[in-house]
Design a protein around this ligand. Structure first.
Ligand code: FPP
Length: 246
């Protein structure tokens, strides 16, 4: 039986988040500069987005650029920003045709102007699409996001608009950049690294983690199906015991 038909369609995660890792190592294996890995990573982005939408996943979040990634050589940062603009421009029609809404989380106002504008245009053009939301985490880090939320709530409390006792999980989640988006049930990281790297720390409190040795540019539909099948065989207890789960 092929992998896709092993997926239980009424047990799909609503939200899958992916740490796309291994582009540099993939390029090295092919004797090419790192940017070649990122360019081939776009193929994996396309395949994964298509596979997720076809299955009926509602939210797909891709970690495309962290706040720490600015520390990379300037040439690589520039190449990634250019690739972002190119990819959005090339893919926007396909996203629209497939009823996919583009969204972003992170400190996007600090992206280079061209990248920021392309991103905003993509978000605007696709804003009414319903089938799936593709969320790009750009200039994102979870610690940045948590601090921003804390500052926002502190300001509201200072001005008397919010009682500190009223701050519960829902209020806090509502101050995060993922407001309104369900937490990911499944987090995938490629390339064999077993780290979270400052990604969605609040939102993954109860996510199932899936680490695969596949380097991101090699990630294809079957790899996504395999991760979902693995997820569907896990027992998610949320602090309870097996016998309590009916
Ligand atoms: C991690 O691999 C990858 C990134 C930091 C960038 C991800 C970007 C893409 C897949 C292409 C553009 C995507 C979009 C959505 C336009 P790495 O460079 O850390 O690899 P390494 O660990 O092997 O060095």
């Amino acid at each position: 039986m092929d992998l896709k038909s092993q997926i239980i369609l009424d047990k799909l995660p609503r939200h899958i988040a992916i740490i796309m890792d291994g582009n540099g190592r993939w390029a090295k294996q092919h004797g090419k500069p790192r940017v070649f890995g990122h360019r081939n990573g776009v193929k994996a982005v396309r395949e994964t987005t298509e596979a997720a939408a076809e299955l009926g996943i509602k939210y797909l979040t891709l970690y495309a650029f962290s706040t720490e990634n600015w520390k990379r050589p300037k040439m690589e940062v520039n190449a990634l920003m250019t690739l972002l603009v190119e990819t959005i421009k090339n893919e926007i029609e396909t996203l629209n045709k497939n009823d996919i809404r583009l969204h972003a989380i992170g400190d996007i106002a600090k992206l280079p102007k061209k990248s920021y504008i392309a991103l905003q245009q993509g978000i605007e053009i696709t804003k009414n699409n319903q089938r799936m939301t593709l969320i790009l985490a750009l200039n994102y880090s979870a610690k940045w996001e948590i601090l921003e939320a804390t500052r926002q709530l502190a300001l509201q409390a200072k001005s008397g608009l919010l009682q500190p006792e009223a701050i519960d999980e829902d209020v806090f989640a509502g101050a995060l950049s993922t407001k309104g988006i369900p937490d990911p049930e499944l987090l995938i990281r490629t390339s064999g690294e077993s780290r979270i790297s400052n990604f969605l720390l609040w939102q993954i409190a109860y996510s199932e983690l899936y680490f695969t040795p596949t380097l991101w540019p090699d990630f294809r539909k079957d790899h996504l199906y395999q991760a979902i099948i693995d997820f569907q065989h896990r027992e998610r207890r949320f602090g309870k015991i097996s016998e309590q789960l009916v």
